[in-house]
Design a protein around this ligand. Sequence first.
Ligand SMILES: Nc1nc2c(ncn2[C@@H]2O[C@H](COP(=O)(O)O[C@H]3[C@@H](O)[C@H](n4cnc5c(=O)[nH]c(N)nc54)O[C@@H]3COP(=O)(O)O)[C@@H](O)[C@H]2O)c(=O)[nH]1
Length: 909
Amino acid sequence: MKSHASSSQPQFISYLWACFGTLLLVAAAFMFYVWTEKRIDQANDLRYASHNLVEELRQSSDDLTRMARTYVATGDAQYRRNYNEIVDIRDGRLPRPRNYENVYWDLVLANGQRPREGDAAMPLMQMMREARFAPEELALLAAAKNESDKLVGLEIAAMDLREAGGDVAQATAMLHNTAYHRAKADIMRPIGAVNDSVDHRTRLLVEETALDANMARAAFMFSAVVLVILVWRAKRRLDASLGCSVDQLQAGMEKLGRGDFSDPLTVSDNARDSVWGWLAHTQQGLARLDAERNEAVERIQRISRLYSALSQCNQAIVRSHSEAELFERICRDVVSYGGMAMAWIGMIDKEHGRIVVAASYGGGVEYLDQLEVSLDPNTPEGRGPIGLSYHSGQPYWCQDYQHAPETAYWHAHGTRYGWASSAAIPLRRNGEIIGFFAPYSSAVNAFDHDVRELLLEMTLDIEFALKNFDREAARQQTDQRVQYLAHYDVLTGLPNRSQLHERARQLLDQARTSRCSMALMMLDLDHFKDINDSLGHTVGDSLLSELALRLTSCIREGDMVARLGGDEFIFVLRNVGSSEASDVARKLLDMTGQSYTVGVHDLKVTASIGIAMYPDDGLDVETLLQRADAAMYQVKRAGRHDFRFFTAAMQQRAARHLQVVNALRYALEREQMHVVYQPQVSLKTGRIVGAEALLRWSTPELGVVSPAEFIPAAEESGLIVAIGDWVLRQAVRQARAWLDAGFPPMVMAVNLSAIQFRTADLPSHVAQVLYEEGLPPEYLELELTEGVAVQDPQGAIATMNQLHDRGIRMSIDDFGTGFSSLSHLKKFKVYKLKIDQSFVRDISTDSEDKAIVSAIINMARSLGLTTIAEGVETMEQLEFLREQDCDEMQGYHFSKPLTPDAFRALLER
Ligand SMILES: Nc1nc2c(ncn2[C@@H]2O[C@H](COP(=O)(O)O[C@H]3[C@@H](O)[C@H](n4cnc5c(=O)[nH]c(N)nc54)O[C@@H]3COP(=O)(O)O)[C@@H](O)[C@H]2O)c(=O)[nH]1
C-alpha cells in the first residue's frame, strides 16, 4: 500500500504541474491576444485621428470659404469675426474648442454664442506632426495648408472689398470664380492624397495586427483546451487516488473525526489502494483501537471500582469494631463500590461440616436463607466452588456460573438472579481456613487477572483485620484482667486495697452528704500464719476463699468487704451506729470461727476485729483504716478473738508504737541498750547453773522501755536481727569474761527471736561469734520459742541440727503457750523446756495450772529433756516445782535480772 501511494502520488502532482504550466500558457496567449486587439484599436484610433486632422484642415478651409462668402453676401461682421477666429484656432493663436469637429461652426449662433469651451491652443500643423503621419503625408498636408493660407489671402481681399463698401458683386465673384475654384482644388487635392495614404497605411497596420490577434486567439483556444484536458486527467487521477468523491471523502473523514466507527467504510476491490481504501483501513484500525480502548476503559473502570471497594474495605477494617460489622461492610462495599451483583461471607461450622452465612449483601441474598453448602465432597452441595476451594486450599473462580458443572446444583438460582460468575476465596485465621468470601458477578468471565488480584488483596486485608480483632480481643482481655487485678483480689474475688479506697471514698461522700454514720472494720485472722506455715499456702488459700464467701454473706447489699492482703479484711458498713456495728462484728467472729474443711483438714480459726466509726473516729478513709487497725492491734494484744472500737487511748498507743520503732533505729548506735542477766538455779543443788541475757533499753525521750514493748516492735520492723545479734555477742563475751574470771562454768541463755532464727547461715554465724569471743559452744543456750518451727518445721529442724552439731544448746521458751506438736518436739535437738511463767504464776492456787506444769515436766522427762520454770516468785511455787521434779528455776524469788557487776557479786557470794 505504501509503494502504491508513492507511485500514484507523483503522477497526480505531475498533472498538477502540467495544469499549472498550461494555465500559464493560456494566460500568456490571452494576454498576447489582448495586446494584438489593443494594437488594432490603436491603429484604428490613429487612422481615425489622422482622418480627423485631415478633415479638420479640409473643414476649416470650407468653413473659411463659407464665412467669407456669407460676409461678403450679408456684410454681417459676425462672419468676419468667425472667419478670423477659425484662422486663429487653426494657427494655434486661440484655444481649440473641445471636440472641434466639422459641425462646430454650424452650431455657433448668430449672436456669437459658442457650443463648447475652448481647450489648449495648438497650431493644426503641429498637431499633425505629433499625430505620427508619414513624412510624405506631412509634406502633402503642409502643401494643402500652404494652399489654404494662400486662399485665405484672397478671401480676406474679398471681405476687405465688401467691408470697404466696394463692389459686392466683384467681391462675390472673387469668391466664386475659376481661380478661386482652382485654388480650392489645389487645397483639396493633397488632402485627398493624404486621406488615401492614411487609409492605406492604417488599413495595412490593422490587417497586420489582426493576423497576430488571430494567432493569439488560436494559441489561447488551444492552450485552454489542453488545460481542460489536463484538469480532467488530473481530476481522474485524483479520483483514482482518493478512491471516492471528495464529498464522500470529506463525509468519511468527518465521521472519523467525530470518532464514529459505527459503520465500516465500504471499499471496492480496485479502490483498496486509494485514500478511501486507506481511510477505510484507518477506520478499521481506529475502530479496533477504539474497541480496545473501550475495553481498557471498561477494565480500568471495573478495576477502579474494585479499588474503590478495596479502599472502602480498608476503611471498613479501620472502622469496624467487630468481625460481624466488618463482614457486613465488606459485602456491602464489594457490591456498592466493586460492581459485584452480590457477595456473602460464610463461616465454617466445623461440627456439622457446613457453611453458615455470616454476612451478605446484594441482589438475591434471600437465596442464602436456604443455602446449602457443605464441605462433604460426597454430596452435590459439597462439590461447588466453596467445597472445591476448601479441599484445594486455593481460591476457586467460576467464570461461567450458569454453565459450569460445579455450580449445577445452584444453576436455577443463578438463572433466577442473573449470576454469571462467582468466586470462593478462603478466609484464614492463623493459617487455618475458617470461612469463605464469595462475590457474584452478573458478567461472564468477570474475574480476570486484575480482579482476582484485587479480591485476593481484599481477602488478605480481611484476614489482617481478623488478626487485629483477635489481638484487640486479647488486649482487651488482658486489659480487663489488668483492670481486674488492679481492683480485685485474685484469690477471693473481693475488691482489693485500691478498689477499697475508691469505693470507700464514694460511700464516705454519700454518708457525708446524707449525714449518716458509717463503720469501717478491720478483720485479721489470729495465728493464720501458723496454718500457712504448718499446712502450706494451698490450704491457707482455700481457707481464705471460703472465709471470703462467709464474710460476704454477713454484710448487706451496698456494704462492702475487701481483702487488703494476707488474712486482713476490711468492711465498710453504711448507715450503722456502734450498736449495729457490734452486731455485725459478732456475726463475723461467729462466722469466722466455724470450722473449715480443707481437703483432709478440719480447721478452726478465730479473728480479731477493730472498728472505727465515721464521723467520730475519722473523716477520711485513711484515718478510719489507721484507727480500725489500731483497734484491731489492741484486740491482738489483748488475747485475740474479739472486736474493739477505736478509742483515743488506742490512738496514743499507736502513736507510742510508732515512736518506739523510730527510736529503736538509733538505739544501738546511741548506746542506749545494755544487757542484764538473770540467774538460773538448779532446784536440786540450789546453785547458779546458768544466766538468761535480757535486753534493756532506755532513751532520754522515752525513758526505760520494756522489752515486752520494744521486742515485738523490733520484730515487726525487722530491727530485731541487728539488735539480737548485738545481744548475742554481748552475752557470749560476758560468759567468756566470767569464765576468765574463774567462776564455775555456767550456761548463758540468749533469747533468739523467730525472725533471727530464720536468717540464713544462723548456725555458722553463731559459731563464728563463739569462735571470735572464745566461748565453748556448750556454754551457750539459745532460747527458741515454739513459733520458730511452725512455719517451716523441716527447715527449723535442719537449723537446729546444725546448731546441735556445733555443740550449741537449745531450749524451748514459753513452752505451753504455742502451737508446737509433740511429734515436732521429738525431732527438735533441744535439751530443755522452759515452762511459761503464766502457768507458774498460779500453780499455788490454780489446780489446772498445776496439772499443766506437772504434765509438761513429765512429758519433758519422758522425752529426756530438762525443765526450767520461769517467773518463780514464791516459796510455794518453788516447793511445787521441786515436788514435780522440775530441774531448774528462774525468777524473782531467787534474783531479778542483774547487771554484769551485780551478777558477778552474786557469783562471788
Ligand atoms: N528475743 C529477745 N527477747 C528478749 C530479750 N530480752 C528480753 N526479751 C524478751 O522480752 C520479754 C520481756 O522480757 P523482760 O521484761 O526482760 O522479762 C523477763 C524477766 O525479767 C521476767 N521475769 C523473770 N523472773 C520473773 C518473775 O519472777 N516475775 C516476773 N513477773 N517476771 C519475771 O520474765 C522475762 C523472761 O522471759 P523469758 O525470756 O520467757 O524467760 C520476754 O519474753 C523476753 O524473752 C532479748 O534480748 N531478745
